[in-house]
Design a protein. Sequence first.
Length: 71
Amino acid sequence: MAVVESYVPQSLRGGNMRVVEATGAGAAQPKLLDSMYSVEKIIPKGGAVPLMILVVKRFGSSGHRVAVIRY
């Protein structure tokens, strides 16, 4: 799970969306990470659901899809 801390609609070094995310790998000691993602594409979502699907580059790897729910 990740929480979007900030987003800027321009390209910055390291990315344009700052997230706080929790580690959760098998034997890992859980901790919070302050990460930067680069939004590569916004996939439009129809309907009344307050949700966006983003294609992002995270940790140097492109093509990850994340769902962002707006509160």
